[in-house]
Design a protein around this ligand. Structure first.
Ligand SMILES: C[S@@+](CC[C@H](N)C(=O)[O-])C[C@H]1O[C@@H](n2cnc3c(N)ncnc32)[C@H](O)[C@@H]1O
Length: 213
C-alpha cells in the first residue's frame, strides 16, 4: 500500500472517530504526558507534534515552551484538525502553528528543537515519513514517541484483543510488537521504557546529525 493510500484510509477512519476521540482515548492521557516529559522542553523551544490529531497534547506543549517558543502541529485529517483548531482558539495562542498534511510530504519550518510522535503508529512505521518530519529538526533534537505495542507473545489472547481494538486507529500493523524499530535508526542515545506485561511504551533519543536539510 502506498503512503497516499494509507493516509486516505486513516483519514476515513478518523472522520468517524474525531467527535469521540478525546473521550475514547482518555485512558492514555497519563502516558501521553510521560512522552511529553521525555522531551525535556524548555522555554523558547520549537516543538513539532507530528500527527497532532485533536491537539490533546498542544496545551501541555505550549505550557512547556512558553510564549517565546513555538508548537507546530500537523495532521492529514480535517476532522481531527478542526478539534485541534478549537483548542488553539481557546488558548488564543499565536505560537501554535497548525497545518493539514501527511508526514511523508508535509512541509515544515526548519530547525525544531524537539519532535513528538504521540500515538502515531502508522507514521512511525514509514522511514520516508520519519525522514521528512525529522529532517525539519536540528541535529541533536530531542525526539519522543509513545503508542500501543503488543504484550509478550504468550499473552496472545490479549494481543488478539489489541489488534481488534486498534483496527480503527492503526492502518499499518508492521512492528506492532516493537513499534520503535524504524525510529531507533534515526536516533542517538536511544532508550525505550516498556515491558512484556504492558501495552505501552515511551521511546526517546536525540536526532542523529546528517538528516536536516
Ligand atoms: C491515534 S491519533 C493520535 C493523535 C494525537 N497525536 C494524540 O496523541 O492524541 C493518530 C493521528 O495520526 C494521524 N495520522 C495518520 N497517518 C498519518 C500520517 N501519515 N501523517 C501524519 N499524521 C497521520 C491521524 O489522522 C490521527 O489524527
Amino acid at each position: 500500500m502506498s503512503e497516499t493510500e494509507r493516509v486516505a484510509r486513516a483519514t476515513a477512519h478518523y472522520r468517524d472517530l474525531a467527535p469521540r476521540y478525546d473521550r475514547a482515548t482518555r485512558l492514555i492521557d497519563g502516558i501521553r504526558r510521560r512522552a511529553m516529559a521525555a522531551l525535556d522542553l524548555r522555554p523558547g523551544d520549537v516543538v513539532i507534534d507530528a500527527g497532532c490529531g485533536t491537539g490533546w497534547c498542544l496545551p501541555y506543549l505550549l505550557d512547556a515552551v512558553g510564549p517565546s517558543g513555538q508548537v507546530i502541529g500537523f495532521d492529514p485529517s480535517d476532522d481531527m484538525l478542526s478539534v485541534a483548531r478549537a483548542r488553539q482558539a481557546v488558548r488564543d495562542a499565536g505560537n501554535i502553528l497548525l497545518s493539514r498534511g501527511a508526514a511523508h510530504d508535509v512541509e515544515l519550518p526548519r530547525g525544531a528543537d524537539a519532535v513528538l510522535f504521540s500515538y502515531t503508529h502508522d507514521l512511525t512505521q514509514s522511514a520516508q515519513s520519519l525522514r521528512n518530519v525529522l529532517g525539519a529538526a536540528r541535529p541533536g533534537a530531542r525526539v519522543a514517541a509513545t503508542s500501543t505495542k503488543l504484550y509478550a507473545r504468550w499473552l496472545w489472547p490479549l494481543n488478539a484483543y489489541l489488534r481488534w481494538s486498534h483496527r480503527e486507529y492503526i492502518t499499518d500493523f508492521r512492528h506492532f510488537d516493537a513499534p520503535w524499530t524504524v525510529l531507533a535508526d534515526f536516533l542517538d542515545d536511544f532508550r525505550v521504557d516498556t515491558g512484556p506485561f504492558t501495552q505501552h511504551y515511551v521511546a526517546r533519543g536525540r536526532l542523529k546529525s546528517g538528516l536536516a536539510r
